[in-house]
Design a protein around this ligand. Structure first.
Ligand code: FAD
Ligand code: SF4
Length: 517
């Protein structure tokens, strides 16, 4: 029977909570799910990410078939080709889709629109259900502002959504932000809670077997344990709220060697692939606080990540694209060190990479290689910090973050890399570059104790590279940041160093840079 309507389930919508489906199966509607060959080979994706996306898609297709929907699940050269071929084969007059969360998918949809029109088929686009606010909401908020700062957008979204707000219009507890109570290192000997894991079923195992054999990708599939269905994702959310939320805030910035998650939720992969809505995650956290099961500081801190940061970067991505891909305010030109792909002296690009001797970097990259993820602080204060201090081209770092993480999509990694971490957008999104010396890493982690480098030394072959690279960075960018309200003090401090100390810093940085593979 011809289907008048094709409902395209776009990437990031792989559950009934996100996809735009009729409530019950209809004969005249076909639900279209596409595995795009072009997308699957566009970057050296982490194999676990490929397993996650494909397994979530395949589980959703199977669920819809079981519920009686007409499903067209196909492998196609691209999303565009798959949509047009499906409409042609089903003789459809209408394709329904969401706008396309990322630039490339939106472009494919725009191209599909023209080809569909030739078939007498119209393309109907709807807002993305994966966020509280639309990109138009963000644009309306951002228009006319000199600076785009997450904190102001977050407060606006708190007011608009009523989340953690009181009837008198004031924030719950009287403050918008409780970070002063957070940011503690992980206490020595405190047990790290075991992460909840979801062993592969037959669909996931078959996907793992398939992806394991794909060349030109990164990481291994063995040990894959992420949620791939909505039921599993809801279980992960329940577990986080019951077991971790209460202490989330205090240890949000802590890092422990060998631990990729600590008390973080691990929800990003499930949220971004479309197994959970941000609304239900935020509601679950607020309900736990209101029932007395979680502290306000932790609950607010967690909700700010989603209602604040996640919404903000999505809006900012669409506000700043396509130029955001190439911004480079600090004119950084280096290629990404091989250590980001091969931290343990593995074979990479036809040669054997030297072992990365910086404990913090090798540990955090190892987590990404083995798990496809590591929490926010290693991403920001180790991996991005090191690349920024070294002078790595932001676009090269962005490609790594996009390819290597199970939760990565351009709409979220690009603003985090270009706006937050490297300041490549010149401060449009964050007030200063997130750079620091080794002292921050020493305070917030246990990496330095066993490191071959000495975190207390500023120069010389045994000094922590973060130390001389930090001061070298400040020195190189002194003119740029001399009048900067938050960086100016460091520039003045650098200026007060004796000339021979400044020389030693520059020499140590140059020697190290010459050795970085
Ligand atoms: P939690 O700490 O438990 O936080 C809860 C949720 O808040 C996360 O699941 C996520 O959805 C959201 N969130 C928190 N911080 C951010 C943020 N800065 N931007 C957007 N959402 C946020 N996050 C991604 O989801 N995908 C990425 O590709 C990604 N790339 C990043 C690259 C860099 C350089 C940096 C510094 C951060 C990046 N982040 C990215 C943000 C953040 O690190 C991850 O969302 C977080 O570590 C995911 O782990 P979690 O679910 O345990 O987070
Ligand atoms: Fe990292 Fe420096 Fe500490 Fe080594 S000493 S773990 S390089 S911060």
């Amino acid at each position: 029977m011809p289907a008048t309507t094709i409902t395209f389930v776009a990437p990031g919508e792989y559950s009934r909570a996100l996809a735009r489906l009729p409530k019950t199966p209809r004969d005249d509607v076909v639900v279209l799910l596409i595995e795009s060959v072009q997308k699957g080979s566009a970057l050296p994706w982490h194999r676990r990410k490929l397993v996650l996306v494909l397994s979530a898609l395949r589980h959703f297709a199977a669920e819809l078939i079981e519920r009686g929907y007409r499903v067209d699940h196909r492998i196609a050269p691209s999303y565009r080709d798959g949509i047009v071929a499906s409409a042609r084969e089903h003789g459809s007059t209408r394709v329904v889709s969401t706008q396309g969360r990322e630039w490339d998918i939106a472009e494919e949809l725009a191209e599909a629109r023209g080809q569909l029109a030739e078939l007498g088929c119209e393309l109907e686009l709807h807002p993305d259900r994966g966020f509280f606010s639309t990109r138009e909401d963000f644009a309306a908020w951002a228009t006319g502002r000199k600076e785009l700062r997450m904190e102001w957008f977050y407060r606006d979204r708190r007011r608009a959504s009523g989340v953690l707000m009181e009837p008198d219009g004031k924030p719950t507890g009287g403050e918008w932000n409780y970070d002063a109570e957070n940011r503690k290192p992980w206490p020595k000997g405190k047990p790290v809670p075991a992460p909840i894991s979801f062993p592969p079923d037959a669909i996931t195992q078959a996907t793992m077997d398939q992806v394991a054999g794909w060349q030109g990708r990164w990481g291994r599939v063995e040990g894959f344990d992420l949620p791939v269905t909505r039921r599993q994702a809801k279980e992960l959310l329940r577990h986080f709220v019951a077991e971790r939320l209460d202490e989330f805030g205090p240890y949000e910035d802590a890092m422990v060697a060998g631990e990729h998650e600590l008390l973080h939720s691990g929800l990003s992969s499930a949220l971004n692939v479309g197994l959970l809505t941000p609304q239900e995650v935020v509601q679950a956290a607020e309900a736990a606080y209101r029932a007395g099961h979680a502290s306000l500081a932790s609950t607010e801190g967690f909700i700010r990540q989603i209602l604040g940061w996640r919404e903000f970067v999505y809006g900012y991505y669409w506000w700043a694209m396509p130029g955001l891909r190439t911004v480079n305010a600090l004119e950084a030109k280096r290629s990404l060190p091989v250590w980001y792909w091969a931290p343990d002296g593995e074979q990479y690009g036809g040669t054997t990479a030297p072992q990365c001797e910086m404990n913090c970097l090798s540990d955090s990259v190892r987590q990404v290689r083995d798990q496809g993820r590591v929490h926010h602080i290693p991403r920001l204060m180790v991996q991005s910090n090191f690349a920024t201090l070294l002078g790595v081209e932001p676009a090269a770092l962005s490609i790594w973050f996009w390819a290597a993480f199970t939760d990565a999509y351009e709409w979220v990694e690009l603003p985090n890399v270009m706006g937050m971490a490297t300041w490549a957008d010149g401060g449009a999104m964050a007030s200063k570059p997130y750079v620091s010396s080794g002292a921050y890493i020493d305070r917030m982690s246990n990496h330095c104790a066993g490191c071959r480098y000495d975190v207390k030394k500023r120069t010389g072959p045994d000094a922590c590279p973060f130390n001389y690279l930090y001061w070298d960075f400040i020195g190189r960018n002194a003119d740029r940041f001399a009048e900067h309200p938050r960086m100016g003090m460091m520039v003045r401090q650098f200026g007060k160093l004796a000339a021979d100390e400044r020389e030693k810093i520059a020499q140590s940085a140059a020697d190290f840079k010459a050795r970085v593979p």
